[in-house]
Design a protein around this ligand. Sequence first.
Ligand code: NOJ
Length: 557
Amino acid sequence: MDTEVLTRGERAVPASDNPLWWRSAVIYQVYVRSFADGNGDGTGDLAGVRARLGYLKDLGVDALWFNPWYPSPLADGGYDVQDYRDIDPRFGTLEEAELLIQEALALGIRTIIDVVPNHLSDQHPWFQAALVAGPGSPERERFWFHPGGGHDGDEMPTDWVSSFQGETWTRTTNSDGTPGEWYLHLFTPEQPDLNWNHPDVRREHEDILRFWFDRGVAGVRIDSAALPVKDPALPHIGDAVHAPGEHPHVDRDELHDIYRGWRAVADEYDGTRVLVGEVWLDDAERFARYLRPDEMHTAFNFDFMTQPWSAAALRGSIQRTLAEHEPVGAPATWVLSNHDVTRPVTRYGRADSAFAFARKRFGTPTDIARGTRRARAAALLTAALPGSLYIYQGDELGLPEAELPTSVIQDPMHFRSGGVDPGRDGCRVPLPWSGTRPPYGFGTAAGAETWLPQPLDWAPFAADSQQRDPGSMLSLYREALRLRRETGDLHGEDLAWLELGADVLAFRRGERTVSMTNLCPVAVPLPAHRAVLLSSGQPTDERGGMLPPDSTVWLAL
Ligand code: NOJ
């Protein structure tokens, strides 16, 4: 273990006193279940993360975002929370989480946790109490229980379609065995939606924020942040076209008051505690509303993440992003992937390199070498843009999406698609740390099998061998993050485009630093420069100052 272990109650040194840390932070996403296994049971845990803090420090990240680590039946990978104030025993204990937060802080790394307001687990005490209490009870008012339509009440109350495909209502059974009311779940039946018109729901979540801010967390990532409020009239959607803010369950205006309340809680604390929204919205102006000065600090930039490998598409997205953030004064975020989407190495190696949930299929032809070149270029491109940067665990190792046999898949998205969509487990496979065979140092050698199987050809991706190879993806990430930290030009929020050809994305940051990405099929000349700072492709100056296809270079002018 590289880090000094603190005992409970000892105070760590603050990460940095800069209250604006979040505007340009590099945030590493830890999917705990698959990061590192400290107890050899095949599932990642907090002990595994604590043992690898040195790796994260060397990588050069400013903060960690943990996917939900709470007790959960894991019907949706932990996004079905049973208790928001504890740690799942498979991952560790609350005491260990407190130590982890402090140990990371002592290394200058802040902690962001995931808060899931739209729904909870059907095993949560509130939902269990609601089932027992029956129709008309105050316990049921915290959810969306409703009688069914039709003669026998056997029709769903609305025609809303789940974000995971299929129906959004499940019928309950009364205590006498007769069919009862239905309850709403925008995701799986194990994730009943909360009723945000109920004061208990609002109070409870503000209290949960305080619980974790009191333990030193620096921020929260807000899950499905545009969904929690519903139209209480529960109208059918049919073919209706809704004006902004009038859809019955997406982006309703009432949400903003909730997040203003959360911001007020965050602002009660010393240092900046940040709110990061998972806001999937096409409408840029509606998206930016969540980032007004008294609401969230930042939100994930999915517009950029879903673009294909095309200069026009990427440039268009960068320009839209900067333009939509500017009026509200919020910094942009740059995200290449997360635990829900296809790994960049795979996505950029496909004929259709845009991302859309609906288009995921088994057996899609993929050119991994090309995808890797592009993912390297994209890593440098995003690290050069103004704003904060997210890195999903394993992208720094260049992991491809694993094509898993259907017999091991656990993700409900796979099952709810009727088995057509491979789901999201392919990007959630336990990380390879060392060695040449599974479990590649993920857990102890004698440990149990990993919760998802690791591909047999992952030896080249192991972190320890990449650490020794200056040409590896890991070395590229480390060097990029070091330069980002040490290059004053990259700290501002300015960006000036350079016109170097239709398929070249080039911009200047500050006075003297240029990032240039070549998306043409042929090499293109570099502009006049003083030095090459870093390149994702072959060393460029030795080839007469040409930038090869599918690569990014950082230049000092
Ligand atoms: C978004 C999360 O990122 C995803 O993993 C989860 O399944 C849904 N929200 C539901 O909580």
